[in-house]
Design a protein around this ligand. Structure first.
Ligand code: C5P
Length: 401
């Protein structure tokens, strides 16, 4: 087993069985590969009548396994299952579910599941009548009682003109649920407050001074904390991404609104993560109506005043046991000087940890990936991480949990 940290490369077996939804398994395989995992597709013969082997081989970048009687010398019927960190069956037909419940070993997917100690995630897809048939209901209950995770099915359009329960869960939902199975529940019972996004300071009713933060990194942290069992409150400042239902969300626009929301929520939190990009200054006055060039002429001067430093205030007033984490987004190109800036900042802010990352025209903001280093209160580097914002979030929570 390659360990249970989803921030690391996992060996994932994707079992594909013979339903029309097999074409959506391609998207699931693709998402696992893009997240950096080693994916092995085990397809039944019926599955390959819906989607060709070359498709799965190209997308998974591995040989597709089907035949129980190939590679017998490597004892593959058990080797694949033994090497797996996770098995995801997508789609799982009523027939496959029945076979799994009975412990059948008549094909390579059956032997793989039986020979494996890895968690098994099943995404059923079938017609409503088959899903609600007592035989299927009993089989699904059996699989659940053995610790397997069932994702979906959703209620919606089916293959024909009909709708109902039985539609395969969306590929993103299957991927998220599968990776969540491997997440430690090490934040169970903890209350976590995360700020994300970037504040906007109004100039007039239609204009603002803002920054390019999308809220992706903060949201990834909030989502990962929720998946690890925490009760999460997210304070979102102008998020460009949608928060999942697993957390309580409060939307704010300006720094003063963010401050009020944080001041309200922080006392009830065990861990506060200030990932939002907060404006250091705001216009001293907000024009009542739109500022007009006709009255301003060729130059416009806007007087800005300092915003309160929310993080410094939080750190100064935190109660014993409460952990406060700040972020520092810097444009400094030199690594040594970036580190020095981080050390100065954590000393000034007084937080327990500071996550330092570089931002620029093409770095940090609004991108899918991030590179960070984390300093502790003494200014020592306690972690470095690079990768998707989701994997960076998980590494950070490994440290904080
Ligand atoms: O000083 P700087 O803006 O670089 O500090 C960044 C960190 O401080 C972030 O965690 C940000 O959320 C927080 N911050 C704050 N209040 C401000 C400015 C930044 O809490 N006025």
């Amino acid at each position: 087993m390659a360990g249970h940290d989803v921030g690391h490369r996992l060996t994932i077996v994707v079992g594909v069985t013979g339903g029309i939804a097999a074409y959506k398994a391609v998207a699931v395989v693709r998402a696992f590969v893009l997240a950096g995992h080693d994916v092995h597709v085990v397809a039944t013969d019926a599955a390959l009548r819906f989607v060709g082997k070359p498709t799965f081989e190209a997308i998974s970048r591995n040989v597709v396994e089907t035949d129980l009687y190939e590679g017998v010398a490597q004892v593959r019927h058990v080797a694949i299952g033994q090497a797996a960190d996770l098995i995801v069956i997508v789609p799982a037909t009523a027939n496959t579910i029945a076979g799994l419940a009975a412990g059948l070993a008549g094909d390579l997917l059956g032997t793989t599941v039986l020979a494996s100690a890895a968690p098994v995630v099943i995404a059923p897809a079938m017609h409503t009548e088959m899903w609600s048939n007592p035989a299927t209901v009993a089989n699904v209950a059996t699989l659940r009682s053995r610790g397997m995770t069932i994702v979906g099915p959703a209620v919606g359009r089916l293959t024909g003109s009909d709708s109902g329960a039985g539609r395969l869960a969306e590929p993103e939902e299957i991927v998220a649920a599968a990776l969540a199975v491997l997440r430690p529940r090490d934040l169970e019972g903890r209350r976590v407050l995360v700020t994300a996004g970037g504040t906007r300071e109004a100039l007039d009713p239609v204009r603002f001074v803002g920054n390019r933060s999308s809220g992706r990194q903060g949201l990834a942290i909030a989502a990962a904390a929720a998946a690890r069992g925490a009760a999460v409150t997210l304070i979102g400042a102008n998020l460009e991404v949608t928060a999942p239902a697993s957390m309580t969300v409060r939307h704010v626009v300006s720094t003063l609104e963010l401050e009020a929301a944080v001041t309200d929520a922080a006392p009830g939190s065990d861990l506060v993560i200030m990932a939002a990009a907060v404006a250091d200054y705001r216009p001293e006055t907000i024009a009542e109506s739109k500022i007009k060039k006709e009255t301003q002429g060729d130059r416009l001067t806007v007087e800005l005043v300092r915003n309160p430093d929310i993080l410094a205030g939080l750190a100064a007033s935190r109660r014993p046991g409460q952990v406060v984490v700040g972020f520092a987004a810097e444009t400094e190109p030199d690594d040594e000087r970036l580190l020095a800036l981080g050390r100065e900042k954590i000393a000034r802010k007084g937080s327990d940890f500071l996550v330092v990352n570089r931002v620029g025209w093409n770095e940090g903001f609004a991108t899918e990936s991030n590179t960070v280093l984390v300093l502790d209160a003494a200014g020592d580097i306690v972690m470095e991480a690079s990768g998707s914002k989701e994997s960076v979030a998980d590494r950070l929570l490994d440290l904080l949990a």
